[in-house]
Design a protein around this ligand. Structure first.
Ligand code: ZN
Length: 373
């Protein structure tokens, strides 16, 4: 028996792909903003996998993965249901901007955080239409999702990788039970990441992570508040999709479906992209940083393994003459996620996105004051 599922105007029909609209918000000009919904359901029952993309306008490889992935040929072999939303932020996609023109906040920091509803405060902006829409969509995801993948792009030239969120739990009177549940979710998430098969990089440690509102991303909110294993993938350059990465992401997603029992057959090889393993767990970090205004000529490529002390860039003045020692050295062991943009740097600018050794626990309590008003 397959599941009866309706999202917006799309209703699952076993063995087919259904298309529909989910009404998100109204514009003051009378126009309605809908999110496009795709429901692909196999003839046989199985898990429900949500695939979301297009929350940041310039990041257009994720929607491309969904367009390549969801085919009748896939549905003919599928057990269970894929619910895909290729455009979580249509306004951003229209204008090629990270934020929608009608809500001036990073949309991937607007999902529920589990705190009680705040009392209206005349000095604070109430939730935007988009934040309210995501709250409603969140409830629809939680009602049926077994797993979730949210597709993004990091920056120009960055490697393809998956972000592993830490799993936060409430340290209340039931802390031990919450911790055990969080560890079980983290274990499932690890299996899912391994099935996807791209480079895995952990998110920031808890304090910085919450400072940046990353606990309110699509994948973190569904992971923490509903225990749905999932992750965010970053697909290299967003404004010029790299088809090798797009194809490797589609293959990785089918491998997740195999792991989840939604497809039969052997794991597909992940080809055409760098998959990097430092030999130890890594997290993201912007490093090293320049001390003075300078020109930077990078000496390393995305995906390169580096050790602390290795030269990673030449440092010059605007005439091209070496400054000081003439090189900037890595501060940590790890590998290069990607170079920072351009060659002209102000003091304190980081020249690389690096994956460095992660010392922080993967399962951690929320900060003590998190749920306090
Ligand atoms: Zn993004």
């Amino acid at each position: 028996m397959t599941k009866a599922l309706t999202i917006g105007t799309a209703t699952a029909q076993p063995g087919t792909i259904q298309y529909g609209r989910w009404e998100a918000l109204s514009h003051p000009t009378g126009h309605a903003e809908f999110l496009p919904v795709i429901i692909a359901q196999g003839a046989a029952d199985g898990p429900c996998l949500w695939l979301t993309a297009g929350i940041h306008g310039p990041e257009q490889a994720g929607p491309a993965v969904l367009y390549r992935l969801i085919t009748q040929e896939l549905v003919d072999r599928l057990k269970g249901t894929i619910i895909a939303i290729p455009a979580l932020n249509p306004a951003g996609l229209r204008t090629n901007q990270r934020q929608p023109y009608h809500a001036d906040k990073d949309p991937n920091r607007l999902w529920p955080d589990g705190k009680p509803d705040k009392k209206p405060d005349p000095d604070k902006d109430p939730p935007t239409s988009l934040e309210r829409a995501y709250k409603r969509l969140f409830d629809e995801i939680v009602a049926c999702a077994d797993y979730l993948i949210d597709y993004h792009n990091a920056w120009t030239g960055s490697i393809s990788f998956s972000f592993r969120d830490r799993v936060l739990y409430r340290a209340d009177q039931d802390a031990e039970a919450h911790k055990a549940a969080a560890e079980a979710i983290a274990a499932k998430q690890a299996e899912m990441l391994a099935a996807y098969g791209h480079t895995v990089i952990r998110e920031f440690p808890t304090e910085k992570y919450i400072d940046e509102d990353l606990h309110r991303s699509t994948s973190a909110a569904t992971l923490f508040l509903a225990g749905i294993p999932g992750f965010t993938v970053e697909l290299g350059t967003g404004h010029m999709p790299d088809w090798a990465i797009v194809n490797a992401a589609a293959a990785g997603t089918r491998n997740v479906m195999r792991w989840a029992g939604m497809l039969d057959g052997d794991t597909e090889p992940i080809e055409g992209i760098k998959v990097v393993d430092a030999g130890f767990p890594v997290r993201r970090c912007s490093t090293p940083r320049v001390e003075e205004a300078c020109v930077v000529l990078h000496l390393v490529e995305p995906g390169d393994l580096v050790q602390a002390g290795d030269p990673v860039a030449e440092v010059r003045d605007v005439w091209g003459r070496p400054l000081g020692e003439g090189v900037l050295r890595a501060e940590y062991d790890g590998f290069v996620m990607g170079r920072s943009h351009g060659i002209y740097y102000y003091p304190g600018d980081a020249v690389l996105g690096m994956a460095i050794r992660d010392e922080a626990p993967l399962v951690a309590p929320y900060p003590e004051d998190f749920f306090k008003e």
